[in-house]
Design a protein around this ligand. Structure first.
Ligand code: MCN
Length: 786
C-alpha cells in the first residue's frame, strides 16, 4: 500500500484534530469527579529566604477550606524529595552535588514561586482566598540569579551540599589533543556566547487531578504528562507516594509540552498526597503566571569558545568552556541537558579532529532549568554555527564554502565527543537550501535593499542533532541509570479492527494519525479500523513516553516489531484455513492471498478465526495479540541546512525575516504534512528565541518577564512563510529508516537568524534576543554617526 492515500508517505489530515479544533478535547482540567476539591499553592514571594513561620489558623477557618498542609506534614508522612535521575560525575570523579528539593518547603525557599504550603478547599476561589490568608513569615537572604555571579567568592549560597553553588565540573573530549591542535593553528576564532533563558509556554498549563479511593487504597492521577509511566514509576519508587500497582496515571489530551511536562513537579505529588490526607479528590490547575514561575525553564548557558583553523581553513580543534544555570534545584533530567545532550553534539556536521569541552553547572535563585525543545542540542548548534559563521568571516571565506570544506563525508563517523553518526549527506541539504534561496543572487538583493535604506543579511546554519533518544546501553552507561526503549502491543480484535497500545505519548505530534498510517500501510486496512491507545498506565503496561524526538524512530519501531509478530501468526492461520503452505501466503491490500491461485481470505476473517475457529493449527494458542519492546543500537541523526535572510531597519533596529529556507533530512517520512507542521512549530520557537523571548530576572531574583505583557511569544506576523524541503538518507538503525523531526526547527534556526542579522549590521556584538533595541544599540557601535 506504499504511496496509498493512507499509508506511509501520505499527507493524511490529523485524525485527532477533529476533537481539538472543535473544542472537544478532554484535558486534565476538563476532568471532574464527585466530591472534588481544589488546591491552590502558597508560594514564596522571595527568591531566597528562611521560612520563619507559617500560620494557617485564619486560612483554616475560612469558608470551604478543607485543609491547609505544609512541608512539615509532608516530611512526617515520609514523602520523598524530588530527584534528578541522571547522575553526572565531575572530572575529579566526585558525584554531582544535589541539594534537597521538597515538594513543600517549610524551612528555606530558593526561588520566587516555590511552594511552601497548599490549601485544599471546596472551590478554587475559596482556596485562592484562603491561600492569601496564610501568614508566612520570611527572613529574606541575598539572592543570586546569574550563573557566573553564583560561582564568585562571597556569592549567596543555596545548598549546603553544593559549596560555591557548583553542582558539577564536568569535561568531555581530549584536552591534550585539543591543546596540540591550537598550538599548530594558523588562525583562532574566539567568541563569548550566551544562550538566553526561555520559558516553554505550552498552550495548556500544567494540571493534576488526584483521587484516592480508600476502599481499595488505590490512587488515580490525571495529569499533563509527556510520560505517564515514568511519572508513576518515580512517584512510587522514589517519592513514596503510592505503590506502583495501586497508582494509575492518566495523561489524557495534553496541549503541548515541549519538554516541560516530562518531569514530576511538586504539584502532582502534593495533590496525590493531599487527596489521601483529606479524603477528597484534589484538583490543581496552574495559572499562567504560576507557570512562568514553576515550569522548568530552558537554555541559560554562558560559553567561551575557541576554534583553531589550519592555513587551508580546515578546523583543527574546538575548545569550549560552558557555565550552565540549573536554577534553584535539579529537575529530573536537568543534569543531562548541558552535558550529554549538549557537548556530544559540538562536532556538528564537521570533521573536527580534537574537541574539548568543560561544563560547570550552577545553582541560582531562579526557576529550575531542564529540557526544552531540543534540550542541549540548540545550545550546541547555536555555539558551533555562530563560530562557523564568525570564523569564515574572519578568514575571508564564504560561509557556505567554509562549511563545505569541513563537512563529514564518510559514514559511520566517530566524533571526538562520543557520538558515532550513522548516515547523512550534508552537501545535499546545503545545496538544496542554497539553490532555493538563490544564494548567488544575494549580493544583488542586498544592494537593492540598501537603495531602500535597509540592511540586508544572510545567515546559514548547518545543524545536526541526536534524537530518537533511547539506546539503553548508551543512555544507561552515560548516567541515566535506566534503559530507554519503547513498547508496543498490537491487538487485532475478532472483527478485524486493530488497537495499537503504545508507550509513546502524543501531545501535539499527531501520533494518532502517523502511527495508524503505519498499520494501514502494513496490513492494507483503512485508518478508521485502527485505534491508537496511549497515555494510561492501566491500559499500556509500560512505556518511556515522548521527548527527544523518539516516538517515530523508537515508538513506531516497537510497533513494527509487534506487527511483524501479528502478521506471522495471521499468515499461519490463513495458510491453515486456505490449506496452503505458509510460504505461499502474501498479505496484499488487506487480503491474505495464496500465490498463483485465486484463493484468498480477507484480513477480518483471519482475525475472526484467530478467536473463534475450533481448528487452529495444531499447538497454536487462540487470539491475535502481540507485544514488543524496541531498543535501538544508536541515536538517529537528523541534519539539515537552514538559510535565513533578513532586512534590518537601521532607524529602528527592527528585523524582518524576509526569507527562510529549511532543508532537512529526516530519513523516511511517514506523513509529510505532519512533519512540515513539526518543522513550522520548531522554527517559530527558534525564531522566538532569536528575536523575542527572554526570561529576565532582576538582581533580587524577581522574574520580570512573568506574563505575556513582558515575555514576547512569536506571533504570526513575526515569522515568514517558511520554504521547506527535505533530502533523504535513511537511518540504518531502525526498521523504518526514520529520523526524528520534532525538535529540528528549534535547534537549527536561532543561529541562522543571528548569523543573518550580524551579517546585515556588520557586527557580532549582539546576543539573543535580537530585539529592535538590542540591534539598534549594536548598530550604534559600528555606525556611531548615523
Ligand atoms: N514523523 C514522520 N516522519 C519522520 C519523523 C516523524 O512522519 N521521519 C512524525 C511522527 O510520526 C510524529 C511526528 O512526526 O507524528 C513527530 O515525531 P518525532 O520526531 O518522533 O517526535 P515525537 O513524536 O517523539 O515528539 C517529540 C518532539 C519533541 S522532543 C518536542 S520538545 C516537541 C515536538 O515533538 N514538543 C511538541 N513537537 C511538538 N509538537 C507539539 N504540537 N507540541 C509539543 O509539545
Amino acid at each position: 500500500m506504499a504511496g496509498s492515500v493512507e499509508g506511509i508517505g501520505a499527507r493524511v489530515q490529523r485524525r485527532e484534530d477533529k476533537r481539538f479544533i472543535t473544542g472537544k478535547g478532554r484535558y486534565t482540567d476538563d476532568m471532574t469527579v464527585a466530591g472534588m476539591a481544589h488546591a491552590v499553592f502558597v508560594r514564596s514571594p522571595h527568591a531566597h529566604a528562611k521560612v520563619v513561620s507559617i500560620d494557617a489558623d485564619a486560612a483554616r477557618a475560612m469558608p470551604g477550606v478543607i485543609a491547609v498542609l505544609s512541608g512539615q506534614e509532608l516530611v512526617a508522612d515520609g514523602v520523598g524529595n524530588l530527584i534528578c535521575g541522571w547522575m553526572i560525575h565531575s572530572k575529579d570523579g566526585s558525584p554531582m552535588k544535589m541539594g534537597a528539593w521538597r515538594a513543600l518547603e517549610s524551612e528555606h525557599v530558593r526561588h520566587v514561586g516555590q511552594a511552601v504550603a497548599v490549601v485544599v478547599a471546596e472551590t478554587r476561589a475559596q482556596a485562592r482566598d484562603a491561600a492569601d490568608a496564610v501568614e508566612v513569615e520570611y527572613e529574606p537572604l541575598p539572592a543570586v540569579v546569574d550563573a557566573l555571579d553564583a560561582l564568585k567568592d562571597g556569592a549567596p549560597q543555596l545548598h549546603e551540599e553544593a559549596p560555591g553553588n557548583l553542582i558539577y565540573d564536568w569535561e568531555i573530549g581530549d584536552a591534550a589533543a585539543t591543546e596540540a591542535a591550537f598550538a599548530s593553528a594558523a588562525h583562532v576564532t574566539r567568541m563569548e556566547i550566551r544562550n538566553n533563558r526561555l520559558v516553554p509556554n505550552p498552550m495548556e498549563p500544567r494540571a493534576a487531578l488526584a483521587q484516592y479511593d480508600e476502599a481499595d487504597e488505590h490512587y488515580t492521577l490525571w495529569t499533563t504528562s509527556q510520560n505517564p509511566h515514568v511519572a508513576r514509576l518515580v512517584l512510587s519508587a522514589f517519592y513514596n507516594i503510592a505503590p506502583e500497582h495501586k497508582l494509575r496515571v492518566i495523561a489524557p489530551d495534553v496541549g503541548g509540552g515541549f519538554g516541560s511536562k516530562i518531569y514530576i513537579y511538586p504539584e502532582e505529588m502534593v495533590c496525590l498526597w493531599a487527596s489521601k490526607k483529606t479524603g477528597v479528590p484534589v484538583k490543581w490547575t496552574c495559572e499562567r503566571t504560576e507557570a512562568f514561575l514553576t515550569d522548568a525553564h530552558g537554555r541559560d548557558h554562558y560559553s567561551e569558545a575557541e576554534m583553531a583553523l589550519d592555513a587551508q581553513n580546515r578546523i583543527l580543534g574546538l575548545r569550549v568552556k560552558t557555565v550552565a544555570n540549573l536554577g534553584a534545584y535539579m529537575s529530573l533530567f536537568s543534569s543531562s541537558v548541558p552535558t550529554y545532550l549538549y557537548a556530544t553534539l559540538l562536532s556538528g556536521q564537521y570533521a573536527i579532529p580534537a574537541i574539548h569541552c568543560n561544563v560547570k553547572t550552577v545553582y541560582t535563585n531562579t526557576v529550575p532549568v531542564d529540557a526544552y525543545r531540543g534540550a542541549g542540542r540548540p545550545e550546541a548548534t547555536y555555539l558551533l554555527e555562530r563560530m562557523m559563521e564568525t570564523a569564515a568571516r574572519e578568514v575571508g571565506m564564504d560561509p557556505a564554502e567554509f562549511r563545505r570544506a569541513n563537512f563529514i563525508r564518510s559514514f559511520p563517523h566517530q566524533t571526538p565527543v562520543i557520538m558515532c553518526y550513522d548516515a547523512g549527506d550534508y552537501d545535499a541539504s546545503l545545496e538544496a537550501a542554497l539553490s532555493a534561496i538563490d544564494y548567488a543572487g544575494f549580493a544583488a538583493r542586498k544592494a537593492e535593499a540598501a537603495r531602500r535604506g535597509k540592511l540586508r543579511g544572510i545567515g546559514l546554519s548547518c545543524y545536526i542533532e541526536a534524537c530518537g533518544i533511547a539506546p539503553s546501553q548508551a543512555v544507561g552507561s552515560l548516567g541515566a541509570g535506566v534503559g530507554l526503549w519503547e513498547s508496543a502491543e498490537v491487538r487485532v480484535n475478532p472483527v478485524g479492527t486493530i488497537e495499537v497500545l503504545t508507550g509513546s505519548h502524543s501531545h501535539g505530534q499527531g501520533h494518532e494519525t502517523t502511527f495508524a498510517q503505519l498499520v494501514a500501510e502494513r496490513f492494507g486496512v483503512g485508518l478508521d479500523t485502527v485505534a491508537i491507545v496511549h497515555g494510561d498506565t492501566d491500559k499500556v503496561q509500560f512505556g518511556m513516553g515522548t521527548y527527544g524526538s523518539r516516538s517515530g524512530a523508537v515508538g513506531m519501531s516497537a510497533i513494527v516489531k509487534a506487527l511483524d509478530k501479528v502478521e506471522a501468526k495471521a499468515k499461519r492461520i490463513a495458510a491453515h484455513l486456505l490449506e496452503a503452505s505458509e510460504g505461499d501466503i502474501a498479505l496484499e491490500g488487506g487480503t491474505f492471498k495464496v500465490a498463483g491461485t485465486d484463493k484468498e481470505l480477507p484480513f477480518f476473517q483471519v482475525a475472526l478465526a484467530a478467536y473463534t475457529a475450533h481448528n487452529l493449527p495444531a499447538g497454536m494458542e487462540p487470539g491475535l495479540k502481540e507485544g514488543a519492546f524496541y531498543d535501538p543500537t544508536n541515536f538517529t541523526f537528523p541534519a539539515g541546512t537552514y538559510v535565513c535572510e533578513v532586512e534590518v531597519d537601521p532607524e529602528t533596529g527592527r528585523t524582518e525575516i524576509v526569507d527562510f529556507v529549511a532543508a532537512d533530512d529526516f530519513g523516511t517520512i511517514i506523513n509529510p504534512m505532519i512533519v512540515e507542521g513539526q518543522v513550522h512549530g520548531g522554527l517559530t520557537q527558534g525564531i522566538g528565541q532569536a528575536l523575542l523571548e527572554n526570561a529576565s530576572y532582576d538582581a533580587d531574583g524577581q522574574l520580570l518577564s512573568a506574563s505575556y505583557m513582558d515575555y514576547t511569544m512569536p506571533r504570526a506576523d513575526d515569522v515568514p512563510s517558511y520554504r521547506l524541503m527535505t533530502t533523504v538518507t535513511a537511518c540504518p538503525g531502525n526498521p523504518l529508516g526514520m529520523k526524528g523531526c520534532g525538535e529540528a526547527g528549534a535547534i537549527g534556526s536561532p543561529p541562522a537568524v543571528m548569523n543573518a542579522i550580524t551579517d546585515a549590521i556588520g557586527t557580532n556584538a549582539l546576543e539573543m534576543p535580537a530585539t529592535p533595541q538590542a540591534v539598534w544599540a549594536a548598530l550604534k557601535t559600528v555606525r556611531p554617526a548615523q
